[in-house]
Design a protein around this ligand. Structure first.
Ligand code: GAR
Length: 211
């Protein structure tokens, strides 16, 4: 049984997609050990509470130095002994020590088709503003492993949708979430939980089943 710790910062709709997929059996061989937020007001914490899952807030604002926050976050995560860490709308820059401690065991959902519209400064609604500014016709979401770069780790799954002429950043964000993020994040968790994701020469190879 894969033990998962989910890191969140906001609304937690991606966390909800994982919770729903666990409840419906779309994800098997996995359980969420805890949900950790840097933001005490994150609705994601409420979602975890309603699902009966342990929730923890570790806010950088309550530590004198960033290193102290980094250490506390790492220690808290380690206390749950996770096999997989899922960044589901986590807006914290992850400490290097954390990334080093969990190679190819941290995954992130990004609201664009990496390597487009990613990297420093590309998060949340801003990604969709940039997509519309550039006038691209396709966008989507990516689930990838986290390495020491920003959005540079091996890509696990991607899903695309068409950008509509009348899209606003808000409508585009919503459609990317509904049609891409909430589908591929649970799917990636399920593939990993069932031992079907391998990183070979820096790239993901998925085996078995229908993938
Ligand atoms: C999602 O759209 C996710 O892709 C994005 O934040 C949102 C969180 O929503 N993440 C990033 O931009 C990371 N670079 P949620 O809290 O409702 O899951």
């Amino acid at each position: 049984m894969l033990r998962i710790v989910v890191l969140v910062s906001g609304g937690g709709t991606n966390l909800q997609a994982i919770l729903d997929a666990l409840a419906s059996g779309k994800i098997t061989n996995a359980q969420i050990a805890a949900v950790i937020s840097n933001n005490p007001n994150a609705y994601a914490l409420k979602r975890a509470q309603m699902a009966g899952i342990e929730q923890v807030c570790i806010s950088p604002k309550t530590f004198a130095a960033r290193e102290d926050f980094n250490r506390a976050l790492l220690e808290k995560i380690q206390s749950f002994a996770p096999d997989l860490i899922v960044l589901a709308g986590c807006m914290v820059v992850l400490p290097k020590e954390l990334i080093a401690a969990y190679p190819n065991r941290i995954i992130n959902i990004h609201p664009a088709l990496i390597p487009a519209f990613c990297g420093t400064g590309y998060y949340g609604l801003r990604v969709h503003e940039k997509v519309l500014e550039r006038g691209v016709k396709l966008t989507g979401a990516t689930v990838h492993f986290v390495d020491e770069g920003t959005d540079t780790g091996p890509i696990i799954l991607q899903k695309a949708i068409e950008v509509r002429p009348d899209d606003t950043p808000e409508t585009l964000q919503r459609r990317v979430m509904e049609n891409c993020e909430w589908i591929i994040l649970p799917e990636a968790v399920n593939l990993i939980a069932n031992g079907r994701v391998h990183v070979i020469d820096g790239k993901v190879v998925t085996d078995g089943g229908d993938k």
